[in-house]
Design a protein around this ligand. Structure first.
Ligand code: F6P
Length: 360
């Protein structure tokens, strides 16, 4: 293997840059040059590649100068996109041709389940080995306990919960705090435990608006009853729960209008949670998944993802990293999202067991 390409795709996740940096360093040390496709699959289709390694006068390769800040930064310096052209076979054929013209003989795709679906299709349609690395704050990639970015996102969320709790306690308020996650409630679920939230609303456990309101009303009445007089109620709601957060808050306010001195507020954390310096854990898994991905490419393994502490797949030289066929990853992902996976069932069971959290 002489030259590989790397790209980041879909929603950026803190630690993507750390993964790219690790790929560059590891590949250069093995005399493999690296190019980065700009803005995800768009760059692959348009042939927008940037050199990420350089030749040394004394022979051998090194990372291009001026990239040593990469590992500690959020976002993705290569840029990212959600690329509708890549969903069409013509787009993927163009990408395969571009790679062949550029002399690329291996591709690493860093992204979430949509991006890895694209990697799976490409792997089956071109001669170049394709390996995926899971990176998405949503933690909705089957076959990897953690995706790159999740730990940082959770740390940001719990810091926000702590801050909101300070102000909520000062005024005896209930807050509904919405976190990202598209179809996955993982961020809400994990944050609820760490922030000792009073309730969590998850798409994996669907309830209609009236059922949610009934439970929240009774939670507020219990919590703020005079013999208990809790100072704060924190309700974490996952983005994937269809009832809009503002509507929920308005209707809840009406239902508890008779409670003196109790108010309900909302906050949607949104994209704030996607940014920021990656945590130690995200940098760690970024480096080790990068090693697994490069090893897989060198072995000319294709159509796989490297997963962290995976429940499926084949162990690599790193006991925490497995190669998982992308087709199996997609099946696992669907089960994660529709709540039928053992992993989701266990998570739901554990959250029910955790004192202080009422999983609605
Ligand atoms: O997949 C990551 C994610 O941040 C989701 O949590 C969210 O639903 C989505 O991306 C937002 O996408 P965009 O950045 O395109 O608005």
């Amino acid at each position: 293997m002489r030259k590989i390409a790397v790209l980041t795709s879909g929603g950026d996740a803190p630690g993507m840059n750390a993964a790219v940096w690790a790929i560059i360093k590891l590949a250069a040390a093995r005399d493999i040059s690296v190019v980065g496709a700009e803005a995800g699959y768009d760059g692959l289709i348009d042939g927008n590649f940037q050199e990420l390694t350089r030749e040394l006068d004394e022979g051998g390769l090194a990372p291009v100068s001026g990239l040593d800040w990469l590992a500690g930064t959020g976002g993705t310096f290569l840029g990212s996109s959600r690329c509708p052209r890549f969903m069409e076979p013509e787009g993927r054929a163009e990408a395969a041709q571009r790679m062949s013209h550029a002399g690329v003989d291996g591709l690493i795709v860093i992204g979430g389940n949509g991006s890895l679906t694209g990697a799976h299709l490409l792997a089956n349609e071109c001669d170049v080995p394709v390996v995926g690395i899971p990176a998405s704050i949503d933690n909705d990639v089957g076959g990897s306990t953690d995706a790159i970015g999740v730990d940082t996102a959770l740390n940001t969320i719990i810091e926000a919960c702590d801050r909101i709790s300070d102000t909520a306690r000062s005024h005896q308020r209930a807050f509904i705090l919405e976190v990202m996650g598209r179809r996955s409630g993982y961020l809400a679920m994990a944050a609820a435990v760490a922030a000792t939230a009073d309730a969590v609303l998850l798409p994996e456990q669907p309830l209609d608006t009236d059922e949610i309101l009934d439970q929240l009303e009774s939670l507020l009445r219990r919590s703020f009853a005079t013999d208990r007089s809790k100072r704060r109620v924190l309700i974490i709601k996952a983005e994937g729960v269809p009832t809009p957060t503002l509507l929920l808050a308005d209707q809840l306010k009406e239902r508890v209008a008779d409670l003196d001195n109790v108010s309900v507020r909302t906050i949607v954390l949104g994209h704030l949670v996607r940014g920021g310096h990656p945590t130690f854990h995200d940098r760690l898994i970024a480096g080790r998944l990068a090693l697994g991905a490069l090893d897989a490419l060198e072995a000319r393994t294709t159509d796989v993802m490297v997963g962290w502490q995976s429940n499926i797949g084949t162990k690599t030289q790193d006991p925490q990293v497995s190669t998982v066929p992308l087709a199996d990853m997609l099946v696992e992902t669907e089960k994660l999202l529709d709540g039928t996976s053992d992993v989701t069932a266990m998570r739901m069971h554990l959250i029910r067991e955790v004192q202080g959290v009422l999983a609605l």
